[in-house]
Design a binder for this molecule. Sequence first.
Ligand SMILES: Nc1ccn([C@@H]2O[C@H](COP(=O)(O)OP(=O)(O)OP(=O)(O)O)[C@@H](O)[C@H]2O)c(=O)n1
Ligand SMILES: C[C@](O)(CO)[C@H](O)COP(=O)(O)O
Length: 230
Amino acid sequence: MSDLSFTAVVPAAGIGSRMAADIPKQYLSLGGRTVLEQTLARLLDHPAIGRIIVATAEQDPWFEQLAIARHPRILRVTGGRERADSVLNALAHVETDWVLVHDAARPCLHRLDLDAVLAAGQQPQGAVLACRVRDTMKRGDGEGAISTSVSRDELWHALTPQCFATVPLRQVLSDALAAGCVITDEASAMEWAGFHPRLVEGRADNIKITRPEDLGLAGFFLQQMNESKI
Ligand SMILES: Nc1ccn([C@@H]2O[C@H](COP(=O)(O)OP(=O)(O)OP(=O)(O)O)[C@@H](O)[C@H]2O)c(=O)n1
Ligand SMILES: C[C@](O)(CO)[C@H](O)COP(=O)(O)O
């Protein structure tokens, strides 16, 4: 697939509160570049991806300092209060029939996983990269004790990229947010509208850098990836 049929949307407007760093986690150093630059490099390399629309915070002073900010395929737009708002703002600038949304905080995306979710996503239901739960899952009682165990059969971690037809996603995300739904990924909005996105099994090292311990892990995964030239 090399027809530039996808636009990538990269939500990068978060503050990284769980990372507890001095700057938003997408601008922390990883493998000699920022997290965001590492993520964008994975997307720029793919022949099916044309433009990349990066949603940053309105007052973000860091993005424009990056050389990649002047890349001809990259457009910066202003994000929103929540991740879903940032994605919706970016979707307003997507002109292709198909779009993939990928977190700025997920730099360890393997090419084969990106190939797979792009191939699976070009159909009405869309597709999300995901990995099966490995641990026994518990639901807490809210007071620090186990309420119950949750069957891990068919329990998945939703990752990104998540791929959909642009027009339906834009409309459904707008409607779901207007209806007051809590939307933490694009698939949630599509499910709310009755769609059943495909699950594309991906690698568990496609981690979302969220907490301090994730940065070192991401550095290790990236080093492994670069050594194996994936
Ligand atoms: N209003 C927001 C909130 C988040 N994001 C982006 O969505 C991705 C996933 O969100 P998350 O990991 O939750 O990032 P933060 O919101 O920055 O983290 P935290 O919840 O710890 O503050 C990140 O790339 C983040 O920059 C965004 O574009 N706009
Ligand atoms: C989109 C996502 O990465 C899929 O797991 C996740 O929902 C983002 O959640 P966050 O709370 O915005 O990090």
